[in-house]
Design a protein around this ligand. Structure first.
Ligand SMILES: Cc1cc2nc3c(=O)[nH]c(=O)nc-3n(C[C@H](O)[C@H](O)[C@H](O)COP(=O)(O)OP(=O)(O)OC[C@H]3O[C@@H](n4cnc5c(N)ncnc54)[C@H](O)[C@@H]3O)c2cc1C
Length: 439
């Protein structure tokens, strides 16, 4: 895992005028800048970033560039109708290829490998969920125990599902490469520039004011810090570990020969990928939500969660029992109250935003960037008619209800997994909680 150079670019120095000001240099902000610059090379575009491009979740995620959307196909169909849900799915499927196409075209060496995703069923209850997923989720096929084990040689595999619609990527390389690509197209990136306030026509930062016809908010897990946005997205943490490069003897057993990303059908999400340098990068939820939607660097490091990730990884692959993690890290996701990501543009006020991807933002942010560019440039495309465009999620409850609710949800998932392990029967807790929270 080579270290990327993240020396910050210069900060905004004084006041300036642009056509589009984008707040946040993660995937959402940078993809938006990219497609705006592609379609309208003369547009004056500036990206403002508090730290450095890729500082947020975009630079430190599990690298699943998938066609997953945070709401299931069934939930999207219920909410928006079958045609809209199918259009959303098709758009997400083509997004996986679009990311690969741009990475190749812009010479971004991000280890893109479209090996699909295998989700394992390791108990009879999980196998029932795998069967249901294969019936209800487009592009997902059921695997026998032998087929699933060949793709991912973990313990206790009873079956699973497979979808070809996912590429494993190195997120840090993609986001840093994208920043360089947008600069080549004339976009200005100001790093170490914290935005204090977003208003129609102007962005106020610690070092100057940027006047702009359109302002895009692309701040995801950090949104709550902006005035008026405290209850827009809840920052929920996901944490990861990585092993050292593993020997061929391990991979002969573990598989993932096409660099399939992998998970299983437990409730509290886990996710992994075989990196291009033959490590396992493995992550999961379970870290607490912090009161008042607080985000701090110390929250990225939760020894209890790292220990649990090590335990689960050794349970999946016993050969890793004594292998220490060489890297541990984490970061905040942005979770909307109804688990539905959205792209929004208010032309009359010149304000736009995208996000709320929960844990599925690597692919979705590319679709968001393309869609925002079309909306801002008044391009009449299929993208601007997708159901998430203009969707407004309800606001989260004020504290302490938000703190109680989000953490109760995390505990419900853990308890549901423990109950299923104990009883061998499907737990109702997770389903009840999902229904109560509307996702
Ligand atoms: C550990 C982890 C694993 C994940 N794994 C996956 C995965 O495998 N697949 C997947 O699809 N998704 C995954 N996700 C989610 C995915 O990474 C995110 O949904 C996605 O990167 C969000 O991109 P973004 O640009 O919207 O937000 P971010 O990447 O968080 O970028 C927001 C940027 O805005 C900046 N900012 C915020 N406020 C201000 C301000 N006031 N002024 C200036 N700048 C500001 C921040 O510094 C940050 O750089 C994971 C997330 C985490 C944390």
């Amino acid at each position: 895992m080579s270290t990327l150079d993240v020396t910050p670019r210069p900060a905004l120095d004084g006041d300036a005028d642009v056509d589009v000001a984008i707040v946040g240099a993660g995937f959402t902000g940078l993809w938006t800048a990219y497609y705006l610059a592609v379609h309208e090379p003369t547009l004056r575009i500036a990206v403002l970033e508090a730290h450095y491009a890729g500082f947020g979740a975009s630079g430190r995620n599990g690298g699943w560039c998938s066609a997953l959307f945070p709401q299931s196909h069934t939930a999207l169909t219920r909410r928006f109708g079958a045609a809209a849900a199918s259009a959303m799915h098709r758009a997400m499927v083509s997004t996986v290829d679009e990311v690969g196409r741009v990475a190749a075209a812009e010479d971004i060496a991000c280890d893109y490998a479209k090996g699909g995703t295998v989700v394992l069923a390791r108990t009879p209850v999980q196998l029932a969920r795998a069967r249901a997923a294969a019936e209800t989720s487009p592009g997902v096929t059921l695997l026998s125990a032998a087929e699933a084990s060949t793709r991912c040689g973990a313990t206790s595999v009873l079956g699973g599902t497979y979808t070809p619609d996912c590429a494993a990527i190195h997120p840090g390389r993609l986001v840093r490469g994208l920043a360089t690509a947008v600069e080549r197209r004339g976009v200005r990136i100001f790093e170490a520039t914290r935005v204090l306030r977003i208003a129609p026509g102007a962005v106020t930062t610690t070092t100057g004011t940027l006047r702009a016809t359109t302002v895009v908010r692309a701040t995801e897990g950090y949104t709550a810090d902006l005035p008026g946005q405290r209850r827009t997205l809840a920052p929920v943490y996901s944490l990861m570990i990585a092993t050292p490069p593993l020997p061929r003897s391990f991979w002969d057993q573990a598989g993932l020969a096409a660099r399939e990303t992998f998970s299983d059908y437990r409730h509290l999400i886990i996710y992994g990928q075989r990196t291009a340098d033959d490590r396992l990068a493995f992550g999961g939820r379970g870290a607490p939500y912090h009161f008042g939607s607080a985000v701090r660097p110390t929250f990225d490091l939760e020894p209890r969660v790292f220990a649990e990730l090590r335990r689960v990884l050794a349970e999946l692959f016993p050969a890793l029992g004594d292998v220490p993690a060489t890297h541990t890290w984490g970061g905040p996701l942005g979770v909307p109250r109804d688990w539905t990501a959205s792209v929004r543009h208010d032309r009359s006020r010149g304000l736009a935003s995208a996000g709320g991807y929960v844990g599925d933002g690597v692919g979705t942010s590319n679709l968001a960037g393309r869609t925002l560019a079309d909306l801002i440039l008044s391009r009449d495309t299929d993208l601007v008619r997708l159901p998430w465009v203009g969707h407004r999620s309800p606001r989260w409850e004020p504290e302490p209800l938000r703190w109680l609710g989000v953490n109760a949800g995390l505990r419900a998932m853990t308890a549901a997994d423990a109950e299923e392990a104990r009883t061998g029967r499907e737990s109702r807790r997770a389903a009840i909680f999902a229904r109560l929270t509307g996702h």
